[in-house]
Write a protein of this length. Structure first.
Length: 297
């Protein structure tokens, strides 16, 4: 019993671990909701492009406004929203598809961010925003994360029916008078806000892992959208807690530890899901081969 306490609960006796865990739990809630839509709408790679588009905003804010966390977060938010609006405008006014528009802006923004970062004199604090520093989460970071998570949860509660229509039957949603452009813009704005809120916790590079890995895992277990939302958030919380505990005991960086824990959950789900897992598919294929041989014999 004492060993179990030392392994799972003892790390969270410290204030900095509690703040990090609370931040990760809040991001797991909003990330589970947004990630489920990204997975179902096949926008996962666009989400990856969106995270990298925050880099030039971080670097430009550092050069122009200094190293204050609010300035860096504001720069990232502006860069993300500009990338979203520019990509959406380009895909709607030209023959380019959404993925091509996002990919183009991703490459340009990422190259611009690297060029700007190379001009920075010192990069230590900026690296915290690139790779996260969850154990350094402060009250202001928690307030931003709570606001982003609360706004996302409220949006899903108030617009749940419209979200379901947009995810599963966008053609009917248009016929019913819903404006897909507003939904799309609002959803991506929420995604940018949550990614910016996750900069201190997970960083630009790893933040999307807390969105996509739990959602992809939940998709392998759930057939109902409401269940997928809840399971995704729950798996994010479990992975975050396990990753922080592993980080505490091993000295591994907290952000990668959380993503690796979520990766273990995803791989386990991909293998063990009773209806959509690899083991079930292999067993089904084996039964079909046996049935064919029995019929031939």
């Amino acid at each position: 019993m004492n060993a179990l306490y030392d392994l799972l609960l003892a790390p969270f006796a410290y204030d900095f671990m509690q703040r990090g865990l609370l931040s990760a739990v809040l991001l797991s809630i909003s990330g589970g909701l947004l990630g489920s839509v990204l997975v179902l709408r096949r926008l996962a790679l666009m989400g990856d492009a969106l995270t990298h588009s925050l880099l030039p905003g971080l670097a430009l804010s550092w050069l122009l406004l200094g190293r204050g966390p609010l300035a860096l977060l504001a720069g990232a938010l502006v860069a993300g929203l500009l990338s979203v609006m520019a990509s959406a405008l380009l895909s709607r006014l030209t023959r380019l598809k959404e993925d091509a528009a996002f990919g183009a802006f991703f490459l340009v923004a990422y190259a611009a961010g690297i060029a700007l970062v190379s001009q920075l004199g010192t990069r230590v604090d900026l690296l915290h925003f690139l790779f996260g520093h969850i154990l350094g989460v402060g009250p202001s970071d928690l307030a931003l994360t709570a606001a982003a998570s609360g706004l996302t949860l409220a949006a899903f509660v108030l617009a749940y029916r419209g979200i379901v229509l947009e995810v599963f039957d966008p053609i009917f949603a248009r016929a019913a008078g819903m404006r897909g452009g507003w939904f799309y813009a609002g959803f991506l704005a929420l995604a940018v806000l949550n990614l910016v809120a996750g900069l201190q916790t997970m960083g630009v590079v790893l933040a999307l892992g807390l969105f996509l890995l739990p959602a992809a895992s939940a998709y392998l277990w759930c057939d109902r959208f409401a269940w997928m939302l809840g399971v995704s958030a729950l798996l994010g919380m479990i992975g975050s807690t396990a990753g922080l505990a592993v980080s505490f005991h091993t000295g591994l960086s907290s952000g990668p530890a959380i993503v690796l824990a979520l990766g273990v959950i995803f791989l386990g789900s991909a293998a063990l899901s009773p209806r959509y897992g690899l083991l079930h598919a292999l067993a089904l294929a084996r039964r079909e081969r046996r049935a064919v041989r029995h019929t031939v014999d």
